[in-house]
Design a protein around this ligand. Sequence first.
Ligand code: R1P
Ligand code: URA
Length: 314
Amino acid sequence: MKETLQNANFPQDGEGRVYHINVKRGEVANRILTVGDHVRARAIAKWLDSEAEAGHPTFIHTSQRGFLTITGRYKGVPITIMAIGMGNPMMDFFVRETRAVVTGTVAIIRFGSCGSLTERAPPGSVIVPHGGYCIRRNIDYFSDHPINQDLKKSPYIISGTFAADADMTHRLADAVETALMPLVESGEPVGPVITSGLNADGCSFYSSQGRQDPAFWDDNQQLIKQAMATHPDTVCLEMETSMLFHLAKCATGVKAAGCHQVFADRVGNGFIRPEVVKVLEPAVGKAVLEALIATNVEDQMEEIGTVWERAPSK
Ligand code: R1P
Ligand code: URA
């Protein structure tokens, strides 16, 4: 922390920079592509307009807490690409702190990696879920002294569902299908695109995604079966997208969609190969940018005073 912060309820520095992402108004655009992985964010940023095309340099900032913000333009439209790390709390920091520094609609598409629960989506395929829910480890179940014996009954809590924005999801599914078509035709081991079903966010990559570890007391042998019985159209497991849908529902002026490249085959126990990621990731990243620029946002920020303000022509 370099600056003295004001307001313990929602800390910001004297220029309005938020505490964890460390950006201020004019550094984050209305349309945001978010990923977990910094390397993925930087790879997708290669699709942004050059400085000569954009009329300004690309803004790149890493916060002390590890959030990477890249703001530029794609086909002339202001876009932010942000890497946030992993898990529901990181998604919470990201949605709340970007909402605080952006005026007008915040349109967010998450592009993550996931585990697949269906043979229809092997490693190399892409899933565009229509909604999601959360699976949380119930720590009271494992507690020595739970405050209520009822909490000892179930080791995991499976939530109800939250819908993705239908219009954004539709555009995203179309854009991903279009992007993958030439790769499939040229024989690359990518696809298919699964354009419905539910995502499940685990609060852990391990216990609450049903992974077995003899070194831990997890009581999760039946967890995937229970989740599928509760939500039979579940297709994938990861750690942020359902939280994004939940927060979008609870926030003012935030709308969101998501897509995932399948890394882990949780049916057949396989994993994606790096050479497939190398082909798939840039193609899907570009498709997400296409879907974002086609997304309508209300009261988009004026460019004056922002990092995407064009230099005056000489
Ligand atoms: C776990 O390996 C991470 O991968 C997935 C999960 O949601 C979790 O963040 O997404 P990212 O590849 O976007 O990080
Ligand atoms: N990310 C997850 O959270 N789970 C997986 O199985 C793969 C990627």
